[in-house]
Ligand binder design. Structure first.
Ligand code: NDP
Length: 331
């Protein structure tokens, strides 16, 4: 038996409820590797899956948790043996199959990555899906030519999970980071992560019909979309790229025009962390271990337990979580 956060759905009312329950090992989904989970995290999608599901969960009862780190307990695959340290992000784990809000998880070996040298399970989950995505975004901007010294790089939704890690990685690599936040009280936090400038969210959320604005940004990692992305695209330098990772401010790009693309050659790069090929996942995790300062990662951590999750799920959907929540599933 092991503990897990279980989300159940009342078929009559359609309402869901989440509680910590004991589960028998036999109930675990099919898979070739069983992992003793040490830590998981809270991401925006987890907020949806802890609550009404947002169309992500196909079957109840459900165990959410879109990422986890832990130790292999049993393996039917040659690549892993008991005692190996592993990390998982993506593959719709925690959405359409049981995830990391449990002391045990069973998955396919293809979904796992060995924990990179230099990171323990807790640090790996302080990074989690959000930090992994931030690293993929940095890699995409660099692949499109961004180098330190090109000018300020904008990070939106900066006090959130992806934004916090993106800010810390970029600053550590020598980029000049402008952090956009709607929470003025988080300015010191963002400066401590390495932001050189704080931009108020309201300065970038007015929708305008201007075809272009003054060039200001050499690159951007955008977690917000909505009106913010519409504005930012018009302020990008000639030939610069925006790595679009999220939609915390809406699924549309409000007020967007074609002009930044055809008059300034701006690139909009979509970043998807879910279906990354194995080699790319390994490369991103190795770069996280080398490029993300661990003292800054510590400053982002909010510790939590399984029983804190129902409330944290609500908080993250309201954009009220700061940094990275690290869930100790054995606490
Ligand atoms: P968080 O909730 O931790 O951060 C989002 C941040 O966006 C908030 O902290 C807030 O930052 C800002 N924000 C929230 N609401 C609004 C709004 N209405 N208008 C403007 N800004 C807003 O989430 P994550 O960082 O974990 O994820 C961010 C987004 O990225 C989500 O949409 C998530 O689903 C997506 N995502 C995508 C992935 C991918 O593979 N592409 C992987 C991981 C996440 P502040 O208070 O500083 O303004």
């Amino acid at each position: 038996m092991f503990n897990a956060l279980v989300v159940e759905k009342d078929e009559d009312s359609g309402k869901t409820s989440a509680s910590v329950q004991q589960i028998a090992d036999e109930a675990l989904p099919e898979g070739d590797v069983t992992v003793a989970v040490a830590y998981s995290t809270v991401n925006y999608k987890d907020g949806l899956c802890i609550g009404p599901g947002g169309g992500l969960v196909r079957k109840y009862p459900h165990v959410p948790g879109i990422d986890f780190a832990g130790t292999v307990e049993a393996s039917g695959d040659d690549r892993y043996k008991p005692g190996d340290k592993v990390v998982l992000t993506g593959w719709r784990v925690g959405e359409n199959r049981w995830g990391g809000y449990a002391q045990k998880a069973r998955v396919k070996a293809d979904m796992l990555v060995p924990l990179p040298q230099g990171l323990d399970a807790r640090q790996a989950m302080a990074v989690g899906t959000a930090g992994f995505t931030a690293m993929l975004a940095v890699m995409a901007l660099e692949d499109h030519g961004l180098t330190p010294g090109d000018g300020p790089v904008l990070v939106t939704g900066a006090a959130g999970g992806v934004g916090s890690v993106a800010t810390a990685i970029l600053a550590n690599l020598g980029y000049d980071v402008a952090a956009v936040t709607g929470r003025a009280d988080q300015a010191d936090y963002l400066t401590s992560l390495g932001a050189t400038r704080i931009v108020a969210r309201d300065d970038l959320t007015e929708v305008t019909r201007k075809p272009l604005e003054a060039e200001q940004w050499a690159g951007c990692i955008d977690a917000v979309a909505g009106a913010m992305l519409g504005r930012v695209l018009k302020q990008m330098n000639y030939g610069a790229s925006v790595a679009a990772i999220g939609l915390a401010g809406g699924a549309a790009i409000d007020g967007a025009l074609i002009t930044p693309f055809i008059l300034r050659g701006v690139n909009l790069l979509g970043i998807d962390s879910v279906m990354q090929p194995y080699d790319n996942r390994v490369r991103a995790w190795q770069r996280i271990a080398s490029d993300l300062p661990m003292d800054k990662l510590e400053a982002m951590i909010q510790p939590a337990t399984l029983s804190d999750l129902p409330q944290l799920g609500k908080d993250i959907l309201k954009g009220q979580v700061k940094g990275r929540v690290v869930v100790d599933v054995n606490a």
